[in-house]
Write a protein that binds this ligand. Sequence first.
Ligand SMILES: [Cu+2]
Length: 115
Amino acid sequence: MKNNKILFCLLALFAFSHVAVAQKKKETVTIKTSAQCDMCKKRIEETVLSVSGVKSAALTVATAELKVVYLTAKTNVDAIRNTISMMGYDADQVKADHAAYHKLPPCCQKPGHQH
Ligand SMILES: [Cu+2]
């Protein structure tokens, strides 16, 4: 009986520490966007960083790839892709929201890019 109690305590402790680890689990993803220039970079990085659970966001203009570090307990890749889409940019297979895309400065729209 006493052994069972100890076992239970150990199990509870294990479960608790497991949850604590899960809440802090970080994931790094690279999302292909349709960013064109430094304005896009600044805009996308700032907006993605404002998503709860996102720890860092860094866009490379030359490749249009955004590297994001986020907490798996707070957000997920799809939510981040949707955020980018709602700004008017493609994010992997998620296409840019049409209305948002047409509100971008002309230089940030894909075909008319003239930087
Ligand atoms: Cu731009």
